[in-house]
Design a protein around this ligand. Structure first.
Ligand code: SAH
Ligand code: SF4
Length: 334
């Protein structure tokens, strides 16, 4: 059960079924105003609207193609986080944040440049999904997939993240199955193995972005703490425990990691690892240049020739700065 502490406190002197009713109103009826919670007595509604307000302070930014929408949420301490809804092929996929900022400082990443501010609470993680459930309700749709690939490193907020997922999976929450969730990590080896033991049905995405230790350490300073060989061993062990296909994320950066030699090294590194490689166009954050489309195509073809399954992330919502962290970064700097 997730720690919705202020909600419990507000209901502490009430009979137990009141908590069930309140949760039903929040997570099933998707109510955003306690005055509409007609199963509850008026005095209690009044109290809840003060002790556990349901409005989520946010601004929406729509992409021109209409397929992705980003919400910039302002939290109670004025910190800002981002979450994105992508509608694609009947799926309603969310990109969700787990921290305010990120401590790992990857050079290509807008969130990395903000630095680490704080962990999100389980309730702040759940609220992002709740926001989109409310939004989709009017269209007769529901969230189908959640990937923790927003701001922050999910595996460095492990306990809160798992608490949030377990709640969203429960009948009190949204009843979303484990396989609807994916966690994207830069490669926190011990937590990858912990996840495989704790929750083998949750999907794993690994942000690889490089095929040599030197390039990876340049892009991802945190990589200094381990080697590609050690990361590979962790993925092998992960697969032994979960047998679930890993998503390998690879941002294409001009003249840094996008040569055909890189493609060959990548294929070699991935030999024996059940995975799909997702090539991502670098969203220009002013540090590097994106790989030209023709080179992405050649890189993809090389990987496919070498037997890998490859997808290319759509450039969904370029115009709303869809790579997470870019919007909060803008607002903070402007
Ligand atoms: N910390 C985790 C999850 C969030 S990172 C991780 O690194 O996997 C946010 C996601 O946005 C990652 O998939 C990252 O690869 C991607 N990203 C960050 N900066 C980007 C950029 N400039 N262009 C394209 N994708 C970017
Ligand atoms: Fe953090 Fe991921 Fe950005 Fe790296 S890419 S700074 S790990 S959010």
């Amino acid at each position: 059960m997730m720690n919705l502490e202020p909600l419990f406190q507000a209901l502490i002197s009430e009979p137990a079924f009141r908590l069930k009713q309140a949760q039903h109103f929040i997570f099933h009826e998707l109510g955003s105003d306690w005055s509409q919670a007609t199963t509850l007595p008026p005095a209690l509604r009044q109290r809840l609207s003060i002790d556990f307000p349901l409005d989520i302070d946010h601004k929406l930014y729509r992409s021109k193609d209409g397929r992705s929408i980003k919400a910039l949420i302002t939290l109670s301490d004025h910190a800002q986080i981002e979450t994105v809804l992508m509608s694609h092929g009947g799926r309603q996929s969310l990109c969700v944040s787990t921290q305010v900022g990120c401590a790992l400082g990857c050079l290509f990443c807008a969130t990395g440049r903000l630095g680490f501010k704080r962990q999100l609470t389980p309730w702040e993680i759940v609220q992002q999904v709740l926001l989109w459930q409310r939004y989709l309700k009017d269209q007769g749709e529901k969230v189908t997939n959640v990937i923790f690939m927003g701001m922050g490193e999910p595996l460095l907020n492990y306990d809160h993240l798992l608490e949030a997922i377990r709640f969203m999976r429960s009948d009190d929450g949204f009843g979303l199955g484990s396989r609807r969730f994916s966690i994207s990590t830069i490669g926190i080896i011990d937590k990858i193995l912990k996840l495989a033991n704790d929750e083998p049905e949750i999907n794993l995405a690994v942000s690889l972005h490089a095929t040599t230790d030197a390039v990876r350490a340049e892009l991802i300073p945190f990589h200094e703490n381990y080697t590609l060989a050690e990361l590979r061993r962790a993925l092998v062990d992960y697969l032994k425990l979960t047998k679930r296909k890993i998503m390998v994320e690879y941002i294409m950066i001009d003249d840094v990691n996008d040569s055909l030699d890189d493609a060959r090294r990548l294929a070699k590194w991935l030999r024996g690892i059940i995975c799909v490689v997702n090539l991502i166009s670098y969203n220009d954050t002013g540090v590097y240049a994106p790989t030209p489309p023709a080179q992405i195509k050649a890189f993809k073809t090389e990987l496919e020739t070498l037997g890998l399954e490859v997808t290319q992330r759509y450039k969904l919502g370029d115009d709303i700065a869809a790579a997470c962290g870019q919007l909060a970064g803008h607002d903070a700097n402007s």
